[in-house]
Write a protein that binds this ligand. Structure first.
Ligand SMILES: C[S@@+](CC[C@H](N)C(=O)[O-])C[C@H]1O[C@@H](n2cnc3c(N)ncnc32)[C@H](O)[C@@H]1O
Length: 300
C-alpha cells in the first residue's frame, strides 16, 4: 500500500467500529458526529500502519490491541472544560446544596464530605469544587465553630471536617494534566483574583494549584460504562459527559449514579443535559438559572 493513501472506510466497517466504541465507553456517534469519528479513525489507522479498517477492528478486539483501544478512545473524547463553568449552577451548589449538606451532617455528627467529579477532564472542575467547598466550610465554621482552631498555618479544612474530592476520567492524558495542575493565563479566565491568590502559586507565566488544594483531590481512571463505580458520594458532578451518550446509555448511567449517591444526595449535569426524560428517581432543584437533581427516597 502507498503509505500516503489511507484505505476507504466502508459503511459496514464504520458500523463495526461505531458499535465497538459504544460497547466500550458508551459514546454514540450519530450523523452529526460521524465525520469526527471517521477523521479520528483515519488518523489512528495511519499511525498503526494498517491496510484496512477491518484489520484495525481486529487489532482493537485482540488482546494485544488493548493499548490501541484506549488510545482510540482518548482520541474520541471531547475534553473542553473551564474553572467555574456554569456560574449559576455553582451558586446553587455552594449556597444551597453545600450549605444544607453541612448543616445536616453536623447535626448527625458526620463530618465527612465526599464529592465525585465524573468526567473531570484536565481538572478545572474538581479544583473548582475544592475552592467552593473550602469557602462554604469556612463560612459554616464561622457560624458553627466546633473546636478552637489553634493550628498554624490554618488548615484549608477545619477540624474535625474531612473533605474528599474524587475526580475520574476515561482519558489518561487528561488525568495526567489534571494531576500536574498547572494552568495558563487563558485557562484561568473565570478565576477571580481572590481565588488566584488563595489557591494558586504563580510559577513563571503559569498558575500552579497549591499543594494543600491538590491534596484534597484524588484522581482515578473510571469508565462510566462499567458497573464498578465509586460509592457513597454526597454529591456527583457529571457535566457535559452524558451528552455524548445515547438515551439508553444515559438511562443506565443515571440509574448507576442513583446507587452511587448517599440518600438525599445531589447530581449536577451539564447546562445542555437534563434528567427529565430519563428517570423519576431524581427531582429537579432550582436557583436562578442553576439546576441540580436530588435523589428521591422511596418511602417504605
Ligand atoms: C467535555 S469534558 C467535560 C469536563 C467537565 N466535566 C466539564 O463539564 O467542564 C467530558 C469528559 O468526559 C470524559 N468521558 C467521556 N466518556 C467517558 C466515560 N465513558 N467514562 C469516563 N469519562 C468519560 C472525557 O474524557 C472528557 O474528559
Amino acid at each position: 500500500m502507498n503509505t500516503s493513501e489511507t484505505p476507504a472506510l466502508t459503511d459496514s466497517e464504520l458500523k463495526l467500529l461505531q458499535a465497538l466504541v459504544y460497547e466500550e465507553c458508551g459514546m454514540h456517534f450519530d450523523e452529526r458526529r460521524t465525520s469526527f469519528l471517521q477523521d479520528r479513525l483515519h488518523r489512528r489507522l495511519k499511525e498503526c500502519q494498517l491496510d484496512s479498517f477491518y484489520s484495525y477492528y481486529r487489532l482493537l478486539i485482540s488482546q494485544k490491541g488493548k493499548q490501541e483501544l484506549s488510545c482510540l478512545l482518548e482520541n474520541l473524547t471531547v475534553n473542553e472544560t473551564s474553572f467555574f463553568r456554569n456560574k449559576a449552577q455553582l451558586e446553587l451548589f455552594q449556597r444551597d446544596v453545600l450549605d444544607s449538606l453541612l448543616r445536616r451532617k453536623q447535626e448527625r455528627r458526620d463530618y465527612s464530605v465526599r464529592i465525585w467529579s465524573a468526567g473531570c477532564s484536565t481538572g478545572q472542575e474538581p479544583y473548582t469544587m475544592v475552592m467552593q467547598v473550602v469557602e462554604a466550610l469556612s463560612f459554616h465554621h464561622l457560624r458553627n465553630p466546633l473546636a478552637p482552631n489553634a493550628a498554624v498555618p490554618k488548615p484549608l479544612v477545619p477540624a474535625p471536617w474531612r473533605v474528599e474530592i474524587l475526580a475520574s476520567d476515561i482519558n489518561y492524558s487528561v488525568l495526567r494534566a489534571a494531576q500536574a495542575a498547572s494552568y495558563s493565563e487563558h485557562q484561568m479566565t473565570g478565576v477571580d483574583y481572590g481565588y488566584r491568590l488563595r489557591y494558586f502559586d504563580k510559577v513563571g507565566d503559569r498558575y500552579a494549584v497549591k499543594a494543600n488544594v491538590k491534596q484534597l483531590v484524588h484522581f482515578d481512571f473510571h469508565n462510566l460504562k462499567t458497573e464498578y463505580l465509586p460509592q457513597r458520594n454526597d454529591i456527583i458532578f457529571c457535566r457535559n459527559v452524558m451528552m455524548y451518550f445515547d438515551e439508553a446509555e444515559q438511562k443506565r448511567l443515571v440509574e448507576k449514579f442513583y446507587r452511587c449517591l448517599n440518600p438525599g444526595g445531589h447530581l449536577f449535569v451539564g447546562h445542555a443535559e437534563s434528567l427529565l426524560a430519563l428517570t423519576e428517581k431524581f427531582q429537579m432543584v432550582h436557583r436562578n438559572n442553576g439546576t441540580a437533581y436530588q435523589r428521591v427516597e422511596v418511602k417504605v
